[in-house]
Design a protein around this ligand. Structure first.
Ligand code: PMP
Ligand code: GLN
Length: 383
């Protein structure tokens, strides 16, 4: 008899809501992906790579020219020197890199501190490797880290903490002070860090991304995870990378070599060429800030509660308690079916399915898509 490795898991909320959006012909502001075209130049770089015969296995750790380009990017963005040969591993997406980091780190019974709400793959990944997630709530409505509660969660079994900034789904961004607090925590209680920084280039207003890579005392114990999907609007290409000190990368690669072994060669080549144009990612804050502002303007007279404008990512979380007392899954389902706009209920990001009557909207969409969604939502005013 097959014994489920994940008896508590169903199908991910992103799959569920995207399928419901399709079946209901709803506008999909649920799953996080852009609906606008990607760069033609990036596409032609892939075509050229394929035509030039780059169609066989790439080296296990990633194409050397891509790792070199990333090492230079990291130096420019975070003033951090990482060795392209020994500290960067190209992976088939960030989800895979997070999974592999936990596979590298965890022995049965190890505890991992998870700040909730948390991206939905973290806890199943920890459980699959015999780990025990120890959840610490982020403080609503701004979802700041309460460091005292993090200290309270530490035990002699604590092996790691997973952090995510800019934060999906809350749109909060860690301050320099948060990183200093993390540094102090590691000093008092040595543990590893898995840092999910896939939205590194999407921050708004005065907020800046402070990567773990800027803090050497943290980096020496860290796996820092990035995704090309969020930077170049190519979520369907499933390409990312993990930056970790050589000793940690060495163990990470032992697992990667038996899991995916290597990643898509022409895409890696195209990314290595495209990274030579930093304006592609340096323009992202203003590009997405305009989308956030448009979205907030469009929904300003609707009966949602805006607890805080998104500081980063391409998500905005809103309260709906003025509209309905339904639980968030029922409300998000009804919003999709009856009003034609799909969103993500925040309970999906909690192990115990905590429900604070919040839903997440993705604003990485063409202006016309956001306008059409807001138009449909006008019907909520007459409730
Ligand atoms: N972490 C977070 C916080 C995300 O929102 C996502 C979704 N892109 C991922 C990881 C996964 O990224 P990828 O598609 O590269 O696996
Ligand atoms: N990261 C995306 C989101 O938060 C979805 C990724 C996925 O579908 N697994 O919406």
């Amino acid at each position: 008899m097959l014994i489920s490795k994940l008896p508590q898991s169903g199908t991910t909320i992103f799959t569920v809501m995207s399928a419901l959006a399709k079946a209901s012909q709803a506008i999909n502001l649920a799953q996080g992906f852009p609906d606008f075209p990607i760069s033609n130049q990036l596409i032609s770089e892939v075509q050229q790579a394929m035509l030039q015969g780059m169609n066989q296995y790439a080296p296990m750790t990633g194409l050397p020219e891509l790792r070199q380009a990333l090492s230079e990017k990291i130096k420019t963005c975070y003033a951090c020197s990482v060795d392209a040969e020994n500290e960067i591993t190209i992976t088939p997406g960030a989800t895979y890199a997070i999974y592999s980091a936990f596979a590298t780190l965890l022995q049965a019974g190890d505890e991992v501190i998870v700040l909730e709400p948390a991206y939905d793959s973290y806890i199943p990944n920890i459980l699959l490797h015999g780990g025990i997630p120890v959840c610490v709530p982020l403080q609503a409505p701004t979802f700041q880290v309460n460091w005292q509660r993090v200290y309270d969660a530490v035990s002699d079994k604590t092996k790691a903490i997973i952090i995510n900034t800019p934060h999906n789904p809350c749109g909060s961004v860690w301050s320099h002070d948060d990183f200093v607090q993390l540094e102090q925590l590691l000093d008092k209680h040595p543990m590893y860090v898995v840092s999910d920084e896939v939205y590194e280039h999407i921050t708004f207003d005065a907020h800046q991304h402070h990567s773990v890579l800027k803090y050497p005392a943290i980096y020496q114990k860290a796996f820092v995870v990035f995704s090309f999907g969020k930077v170049f609007h190519t979520t369907g290409w499933k390409l990312g990378y993990c930056v970790a000190p050589a000793d940690l990368s060495n163990e990470f690669r032992k697992i990667h070599q038996y899991l995916a072994f290597s990643c898509n060669t022409p895409m890696q080549f195209a990314m290595s060429r495209f990274l030579a144009q930093p304006q592609e990612y340096l323009n992202l804050p203003s590009f997405f800030e305009a989308k956030r502002n448009l979205f907030l303007k469009l929904i300003a007279d609707l009966p949602f509660t805006l607890h805080a404008p998104s500081q980063g990512t391409y998500f905005q979380t809103l309260g709906y308690e003025q509209i309905s007392m339904e639980n968030d899954m029922d409300f998000a389902t009804r919003l999709t079916k009856a009003y034609g706009v799909a969103t993500i209920p925040l309970s999906a990001f909690y192990q115990n399915k905590e429900d604070n009557r919040l839903i997440r909207f993705c604003f990485a969409k063409q202006d016309s898509t956001l306008q059409a969604a807001a138009h449909r939502l006008q019907a909520l005013k007459s409730i």
